[in-house]
Design a protein around this ligand. Structure first.
Ligand code: UDP
Length: 377
């Protein structure tokens, strides 16, 4: 079965990294069509996954856009649709991995007479998307043969927004387990390079964006002992420069300059996670899945996550990690303190998490599950 994947992003966010793991084992019978050029293309090429950038023109659909903007952006997509249709005829399935890819994929599916699959990586709630965008997404997704939801939370929001329940299957992200087994020596070198050898390192791995809640973690850091330091790994992928500035100002105002390091976007996530003592996920809105939570578990590191959306399907508080109320600085500071003062208990929780996560999220098993759903089409 030949698959044409479509993705709007040139940048590697969670949905794109997930797509790499899906496309890799079928690289001899797939093509990834992108609507923008960038680092994501380079990552696909590194994995020898066939990729083609389908347009040179930047496409803009803002999540908060209204009806007119939404329709205007549909107009922008027409040349892209014209490009995709003849390509799609050489494939058996069109697999849309993002919302704009869904728009293009749905029309191309109709014109090229090929079945459509939509991988839903978002929670279609008002917090994340405008009414127009939700309506467009649900209407088009309802025409698909199959919607893959990345969590039960994403599925529920889809159905609540009018999506057809009978076409949705939940498939969690899969991970290459061996990538997360980092020799201790390597982690020690990273700690030295960071100049934080004797510190309690808290890591946050995410694009810098207000709803990812880096500001909550910085506020919590000010409330815990000075030995705790923070590395913020990730960049503003979608132009949230104002937020980045706010974070720097917050760090200065709290006098945390020596305790917070902004590392920018990195490709060596397992290595950096392994150098941490605690990994924090602090999204203030419900997270559709939360790849970083599973990655932390696979590295055998304790993880604290914000109690909402997909994170609640991954973490059982006190058993394989910790959950705190989204946006609650006090609760977060309490968990950090607990992890500093009870390292043995925390290590046991982390070890349990490593074992269960490797059972649940092995990419080989997840890809088989996905293949079974695709085979039914
Ligand atoms: N990530 C990365 N480099 C960075 C920061 C994050 O490769 O500097 C990765 C991270 O390891 C994770 C993904 O980006 O695999 C983010 O996925 P997640 O589901 O946590 O959030 P999303 O970006 O999809 O909202």
């Amino acid at each position: 079965m030949k698959i044409l994947f479509l993705d709007q992003s040139g940048k590697p966010g969670g949905a794109e990294l997930c797509l790499i793991d899906i496309a890799k084992p079928i690289r001899d019978r797939c093509l990834v069509g992108l609507f923008a050029d960038g680092d994501f293309r380079r990552l696909l090429e590194q994995e020898q996954i066939p990729v083609q950038v389908l347009t040179q023109q930047a496409i803009q659909v803002r999540k908060e856009s209204g009806l007119t903007q939404g329709l205007a952006s549909l107009g922008q997509l027409l040349p892209l649709i014209r490009n995709v249709v003849p390509i799609a005829r050489n494939f058996d399935i069109i697999y849309a991995n993002t919302q704009k890819a869904l728009v293009v994929g749905a029309v191309a599916s109709f014109l090229a007479r090929r079945p459509l699959v939509y991988h839903l990586h978002d929670i279609l709630s008002p917090e994340h998307f405008s009414t127009t965008n939700r309506r467009i997404a649900v209407t088009l997704a309802n025409r698909a043969q199959l919607v893959i939801a990345n969590s039960s939370a994403s599925k529920q929001a889809f159905v609540a927004a009018g999506g057809r329940e009978d076409i949705v299957e939940i498939v969690y992200n899969g991970f290459e387990l061996n990538k997360y087994q980092i020799p201790q020596q390597e982690s020690l070198v990273i700690r030295q390079e960071l100049g934080l050898t004797d510190k309690f390192i808290i890591g946050h791995f995410s694009r810098l964006s207000p709803w990812k809640g880096q500001h909550i973690l910085i506020a919590a850091l000010a409330k815990v002992p000075e030995q705790a330091c923070l590395i913020l790994v990730g960049d503003a992928l979608f132009g949230e420069q104002k937020y980045v500035q706010q974070l720097h100002t917050q760090v200065q105002e709290l006098g945390l300059e020596t305790r917070v390091k902004f590392l920018g976007f990195r490709h060596n996530i397992p290595q950096l996670m392994s150098a941490c003592d605690l990994i924090a996920h602090t999204s203030t809105a419900a997270e559709p899945f939360g790849r970083v939570i599973v990655e932390a578990m696979l590295c055998g590191k304790p993880v604290v996550a914000a109690k909402a959306g997909g994170a609640m399907e991954l973490v059982e508080s006190g058993v394989n990690g910790f959950l705190t109320t989204p946006g609650n600085v006090e609760e977060l500071a309490e968990v950090i303190n607990l992890c500093i003062h009870q390292p043995e208990k925390t290590a046991m929780i982390a070890e349990h998490a490593r074992y269960t996560a490797s059972q649940r999220f092995d990419v080989a098993v997840i890809n088989q599950q996905l293949a079974r759903f695709l085979d039914k089409i």
